[in-house]
Design a protein around this ligand. Structure first.
Ligand code: HEC
Length: 147
């Protein structure tokens, strides 16, 4: 919830900045007027880089951000916690992969999952059904593009 407040702040600040800029450039008016808008969003806009608000992240960044790397490794090479995703593209199209991420247990198909159960007895692939499908789509594209 505080995130949305920050975003609103950023928008207001950007808008005020544009108005101010237009005002100065069209009137060749320099000086006095800056007091009104100047300070409004200064603090908020500082947060732009830190907020990390989902939307602009690439599939690779989301793969790291969502914690996939913890189990599947930074290069998808696999870890003790999860299998390599190296050859996985051949089993999925985009939709299937998104469906799998949203609900792994209902979408496990193939003998390799029996092997996974033996290899990762304590670990289960978490479900990401509560995440933004757009983000899952980006992650799917990322996985499918790195064969
Ligand atoms: C807690 C560890 C863990 C995390 C975090 C995790 N996975 Fe998994 N993942 C697994 C395990 C273990 C399996 C093997 C299937 C099983 O046992 O449920 C798996 C299976 C998969 C598969 C299926 C592989 C196949 O052969 O079809 C894909 C695709 C996958 N994970 C992608 C992801 C993505 C993308 C993320 C992040 C959004 C992620 N995983 C996060 C542990 C994890």
């Amino acid at each position: 919830m505080s995130k949305s407040i920050i975003w609103v702040g950023i928008f207001v600040a950007a808008f005020a900045g544009l108005l101010l800029l237009q005002h100065f450039t069209s009137d060749e008016y320099s000086g006095g007027g800056e007091a009104g808008y100047g300070g409004m969003g200064g603090g908020a806009s500082e947060n732009t880089t830190q907020a990390g608000g989902g939307e602009e992240l690439s599939g690779a960044q989301l793969f790291a951000n969502f914690g996939c790397v913890n189990c599947h490794g930074a290069e998808m090479q696999g870890t003790k916690m999860g299998p390599s995703l190296a050859g996985v593209a051949k089993y999925y199209n985009r939709e299937k992969l998104i469906a799998y991420l949203r609900n792994p247990e209902a979408n496990m198909s193939g003998d390799r999952f029996d092997q996974y159960k033996k290899d990762f007895p304590g670990g289960l692939m978490p479900s990401y059904g509560n995440r933004d499908p757009k983000d899952l789509g980006k992650i799917a594209d990322f996985i499918l593009s790195s064969k």
